[in-house]
Ligand binder design. Structure first.
Ligand SMILES: [Zn+2]
Length: 572
């Protein structure tokens, strides 16, 4: 391509571009366009890179450019039907310039549509993308004109009717004074196949689920070592549940573990597996609530390559991975109805089919299910299949909440203390009496898991060599120095005694609550020698709250001088 290269006139392209501010639209022929700030797009790029990483951001933006290129290719043939093929092809670079991507100069262009042969090289000056990238990240090592490169690939592929891959051989984002790109059929690039991925839709979601199951597998490798693999408890409620579990372990029966969130259903399931004849086989746990609904069937039953967009390879599901062992379906009540039907079929037939697959695969698993919702109610409300519920509910074990296992709290807390001391490299001699008392009196809405979190925090906060104190366990209670247990044994931010006689004295004083509040406010202000911030602190109020209450108490005082009937009407 000679250096004095000249484009065909682009009047035909300019005519395509119409601004219709009255209807709020910009058009390129029949395609709606958008005029937006490169700075905004640059911000989006940066967010994308920050949230999914440069490699994923590159794929997403390349695909976006590819889609634009494909759309613009429609004009190549339409606009210049009677001119040379080269003039038709140049519609792409010329539109790309009109759209503001860069100044494009062909330096080599050699193609033959009939045989599919293509080799093109272009110079880009003033690439907006290189400029934006450099502004955010300085000079980088890798070319950065991802959208523009996707455009070149998309446009040329559509024009040639085969996948033409463009690469950026130099880029202004890397410090060059311009960018240079080169395009060839993808098969002619030695590493072409790696780049094909850039044009596939890819699913981050799927990757995250795969990572999650890896983490679960790793966790189950570590768990026995850290937990000693056994369950801790001596309370009546615990012993009852444990005995039921021990009996079930010797059989192959399907067990349904019920109980509140955090009672340790997965640990029970694991213990059951350890006590069963399948203990040498795998233990696989799936949290049905943590999987996105559209991936749940693929996760459970596996998937064949190409079953849906993003399924780039065949893989086994959790059922297959649990073969010969135990499969726990946690939060089974969250399974969508379609997956429930498939699960029921698998249990009835003893075999599964991968998503997008034909062959039935026999499975040999012991199924455990766990739920913290009332499945019977879900059945009544039509959210859970009755026939599946019957299948799962053969041998239900209800795990008691921690507040019904008060006798176990000290045992559990000690075991957790030992574990977290090892993990965080701490030497502690136990729990202070008041701390233990608070643990036993706490309500435990989050059950064993909540206890575990509190103990871990306590281990971290306690001073080396000492004991875990009350305020190490409940550091968020305001003014930890004054925390104590109230008359009912609950944590409270009041002095432990006297509060009852204080109330009694107030009731006997004959004063109204408003008057008492006013007196308390005045007392605090006087005690703080007029320093309102300090008075507010003494009362546990913000400065603004104190000011508000003072104002209200002045108004009340004024109103109390009015006719009582008039006053009562103003009360809400
Ligand atoms: Zn570049």
């Amino acid at each position: 391509m000679p250096s004095h290269f000249k484009y065909p006139p682009d009047k035909d392209l300019r005519r395509l571009l119409r601004f219709e501010p009255d209807s709020g639209a910009i058009w390129l022929g029949e395609l709606r366009m958008l005029l937006m700030h490169t700075s905004a797009l640059a911000g989006l790029r940066q967010d994308l890179i920050g949230s999914v990483g440069a490699s994923h951001a590159k794929r997403i933006l390349t695909r976006m450019g590819y889609a634009s290129g494909l759309s613009d290719a429609a004009y190549a043939i339409k606009l210049r039907p009677n001119e040379s093929l080269q003039a038709s092809f140049l519609v792409g670079p010329q539109l790309h310039m009109l759209e503001g991507a860069a100044r494009v100069t062909p330096t080599k262009l050699d193609f033959d549509v009939a045989s599919g042969q293509f080799h093109g090289e272009f110079r880009w000056d003033q690439s907006w993308e290189a400029h934006a990238h450099r502004q955010k990240y300085g000079t980088v090592d890798e070319p950065a004109c991802w959208t523009a490169l996707g455009y070149a690939s998309g446009y040329t592929s559509a024009f040639m009717g085969r996948l033409i891959l463009f690469k950026e051989t130099r880029c202004a984002a890397c410090g060059a004074d311009h960018c240079q790109i080169e395009g060839r059929p993808i098969e002619e690039w030695p590493d072409g196949e790696e780049h094909r991925l850039y044009f596939n839709e890819d699913s981050l979601m799927e990757k995250m689920v795969a990572l999650q199951s890896q983490i679960e597998a790793l966790k189950s490798t570590f768990e026995p070592a850290t937990l000693g693999g056994h369950l801790i408890g001596n309370s009546t409620a615990f012993r009852k549940a444990y005995a039921l579990m021990e009996k079930a372990a010797r059989t192959q029966v399907t067990v349904l573990l019920t109980g509140e969130t955090g009672v340790g259903k997965e640990r029970f399931a694991r213990a059951l597996h350890q006590l069963s004849t399948r203990q040498k086989g795998p233990f696989v746990a799936v949290n049905c609530a943590a999987l996105p609904a559209e991936l749940i069937e693929a996760e459970l039953f596996g998937v064949e390559k190409g079953a849906y967009t993003g399924a780039h390879a065949s893989r086994a599901g959790r059922f297959e991975r649990a073969d010969g062992g135990t499969l726990l379906l946690d939060e089974v009540g969250e399974l969508p109805l379609a997956a429930q039907a498939k699960l029921l079929r698998a249990l009835q037939e003893g075999e599964i089919e991968r998503v997008g697959g034909e062959a039935a695969r026999p499975i040999n698993i012991r199924l455990l299910a766990a739920t913290n919702v009332d499945l019977e109610k879900a059945v009544r409300e039509g959210r859970f299949r009755r026939d599946l519920w019957y299948r799962l509910n053969v041998y239900p074990i209800c795990l008691p909440p921690l507040r019904e296992r008060v006798a176990d709290i000290a045992l559990l807390a000690d075991a957790m203390l030992a574990r977290f001391c090892a993990l965080h490299d701490k030497r502690l001699s136990g729990f202070a009496e008041r701390a233990l008392q608070a643990l036993e009196k706490h309500d435990w809405p989050g059950n064993v898991r909540e206890l575990e979190n509190l103990v871990e925090r306590g281990v971290i906060l306690a001073s080396q060599g000492g004991m875990i104190q009350l305020e190490d366990l409940f550091p968020n209670v305001p003014d930890a120095g004054q925390i104590s247990l109230d008359a009912h044994g609950k944590l409270a931010n009041l002095p432990r005694s006297h509060d009852d006689d204080l109330s009694e004295r107030i009731l006997n004083s004959g004063s109204s609550l408003d008057e008492i509040e006013t007196r308390a406010l005045n007392y605090a202000v006087a005690h703080a020698r007029g320093n309102l911030s300090e008075a507010a602190r003494m009362l546990g109020l913000s400065r603004a709250q104190l000011a508000y209450r003072q104002k209200r108490s002045n108004t009340n005082a004024a109103e109390s001088k009015l006719d009582p009937a008039d006053r009562s009407e103003r009360l809400p």
